[in-house]
Design a protein around this ligand. Sequence first.
Ligand code: ZN
Length: 245
Amino acid sequence: MFSPTSVNHISVDSRVAGICCRIIFLGVSRNCLTDKPTISGRYFIFLASYNKNKIPKRRTNMQLYQEIATQPDVDQLLASINSFHDSMAKEIHVINRGCVLPDHVMAPRNQYDIQLLIQSQWPPYAIELVFINVYQFQLNRPQEYWEASGKVERISSPVEKTTIQIAFDHDALVISCERLFYRFRGEWLGYKMYLSSEIPSPVAIPAQNIDGTWRMCSECLNTWEDPANSSFSTCPRCGRITELH
Ligand SMILES: [Zn+2]
């Protein structure tokens, strides 16, 4: 199968000696997309047996985050940073996991995820919070916070549901969600922006690193380019959130 994915990037699926493989040509000239293309990239990458189950598993970036699942968990988080006393919300990144596709088809996912950077005058000075499946997001005053509160609620009827809420200065910033993760980011201080890549996700599937900036989705085998320092990236074809392996 010949698959021109861009004017300078072509992938070919084939079988070599009975093994499923994908050959990816990079730096291909434009005339390769004519009726009888002659593929001649500046260099190519050969991926044999690309079955997604063959992609090796390794420690994921989400394992670098702590998950808040119980009230003691959220109490411990608040205690670890002085209940966010003398802190501020520095950056907030909100993403709708759905979209309107380039061919104008609606692809709803009914899910917001939020990544929040809180900077503090107290150790550990900065925390990244990742709110998965946000139920409520209230943003009022860009002030420094006196304190924050948190609660975890579980209901089993009519359907099982967990709600985790963090509220800064009562109602200055309130976010509630289904799952909450955090990671200490003590060096993320100052005016610089840090939340520049895809929001991390606990349901990300592997994407195979091809040459540093190119990656391949383990679900649909699509390949695309994203900065190498972006661990997470959404596959442009199937919309799955992927994590670079
Ligand atoms: Zn995909």
